[in-house]
Design a protein around this ligand. Structure first.
Ligand SMILES: Cc1cc2nc3c(=O)[nH]c(=O)nc-3n(C[C@H](O)[C@H](O)[C@H](O)COP(=O)(O)OP(=O)(O)OC[C@H]3O[C@@H](n4cnc5c(N)ncnc54)[C@H](O)[C@@H]3O)c2cc1C
Length: 391
């Protein structure tokens, strides 16, 4: 016969085992998010909705620090309805095509309304992964350095902080005024009589459009291209391009392997077609030499009074050597927002990190939900998400 005390012991032991088992099976994730731009904020919100409060560490002194470097008057190419983070509604935006200034105001509101806690001014040091724990070292201003441990790490550091210049351009040996497209303002273009734009993507298109608006009389622009110009027209027969692309851009990028990273954004030539056809915008080949006071293009010397490098951005996370693998072009390999060699590591907002919308606000919104669900081990995934994970 079982004694009451021993029955109680068995029950207690079983309960203890059950508690241990539950804790082991579903420990509360401890998540660190690096970056408080749209991606970091969206990830923090999605986790919070699921009862997980993340530690958000931002290098700048405020939310969306990187976006503040862009021209506040520049408008997003995507309409407001395609620029919503989880929890936002269309009414938050006043304009159909918001300016960067408006986007920043909205991100500040997002942080306040959803009470997202952020530590700003953090200088991130080494990041290591031992066992199943990440250790992130950092320090804030003059304070003592700290190390935080986490089970999951989300990189939401964007690309804007790392603009790319051509490899063979040496700024220290150049007397021609130059800027990266991110830093160009209308006032720079107002006085540019001989403008050279290097690069043929969407940023080059934006610079050219603004130059056409403000250019001085009798001015010239060269558009230097390494490969044929790829263009599109938005709106297309009255239909907003982002509505048309909404389905195909969700194709898993992994279907295309690492070469997906080579795909470049085409240029919207809605207003640029006539000047391109008429020769006001002169298409030229790649720059073969950047000399101190001129550039050489196909044997011809030209002397621009302003060079604009619309040469894009490169995602970089040098503190994480060994935790990231790189493709033959030197880009980190990211698959379905995960970073394959390191479990628990995610990259949100990474170019084609899950699909072709991943670098844009609309894609970040969906991917943030996806990552949050992965982290809490949610078992319900849509058929498309299951397919994504298979590829
Ligand atoms: C000219 C231009 C036009 C664009 N137009 C559109 C558009 O029309 N539609 C659209 O959807 N998207 C557009 N984009 C892209 C849009 O800016 C991005 O979708 C968005 O900014 C990505 O958000 P993010 O949080 O991933 O990166 P970011 O906005 O770059 O934010 C990253 C944050 O991480 C911080 N950070 C960086 N490194 C570290 C570190 N080591 N430690 C801690 N913090 C760090 C930065 O300070 C920053 O606050 C455009 C971008 C540019 C440049």
């Amino acid at each position: 016969m079982i004694q009451p005390q021993s029955a109680a012991c068995v029950l207690c032991a079983s309960f203890g085992k059950l508690v241990w088992h539950l804790e082991f099976m579903s420990p509360v994730p401890r998540v660190i998010i690096l970056g408080a731009g749209p991606a970091g904020l969206a990830a923090a919100y999605c986790l919070k909705q699921r009862g997980v409060s993340a530690t958000v560490l931002e290098r700048g002194n405020t939310v969306a620090a990187a976006l503040r470097r862009a021209d506040p008057e520049t408008r997003l190419l995507s309409p407001a309805r395609h620029s919503l983070l989880p929890g936002m509604v269309r009414d938050w935006y006043a304009d159909e095509y918001p300016t960067f200034a408006e986007l920043i105001r909205i991100l500040e509101r997002y942080r306040t309304q959803f009470a997202i806690d952020i530590t700003t001014g953090v200088d991130i040091g080494q990041i290591t992964h031992e066992g199943s724990e990440f250790h992130v070292q950092g320090c804030v201003a003059e304070e003592a350095p700290f190390t935080i441990a986490a089970s999951h790490l989300i990189l939401a550091t964007g690309v804007i902080s790392s603009p790319v210049l051509p490899d063979d351009f040496d700024p220290t040996h150049c007397t021609i005024p130059w800027k990266h497209s991110l830093d160009v303002r209308a006032d720079d273009l107002r006085t540019a009589r001989r403008l050279l734009v290097v690069g043929g993507g969407s940023s080059a298109g934006e610079v050219l459009e603004r130059w056409l608006d403000v250019r001085p009389a009798e001015s010239t622009v060269w558009l230097s291209l390494r490969s044929p110009l790829r263009t599109y027209v938005n709106p297309f027969f009255g239909i907003e391009w982002h509505d048309i692309a909404s389905i195909p851009e969700r194709l898993p990028a992994s279907l295309f392997g690492w070469r997906a990273g080579r795909l470049r954004e085409p240029m919207n030539v809605r207003t640029l077609k006539p000047p391109l056809r008429g020769g006001l915008i002169q298409r030229v080949g790649p720059v073969t030499q950047y000399a101190s006071d001129h550039v050489v293009i196909g044997g011809t010397h030209i002397e621009p009074d302003l060079m604009v490098f619309a040469t894009g951005y490169r995602a970089a996370m040098p503190q994480m050597d060994g935790l990231i693998q790189y493709d033959p072009d030197g880009r980190p390999i990211v698959k379905n927002c995960g970073v394959p060699p390191t479990p628990g590591l995610y990259w949100l907002g990474y170019r084609y990190g899950r699909n072709f919308a991943s670098p844009y606000i609309r894609g970040i919104a969906r991917d943030a939900e996806y990552i949050a669900r992965m982290i809490i081990g949610e078992s319900r995934f849509s058929l498309r998400e299951k397919l994504d994970r298979k590829h």
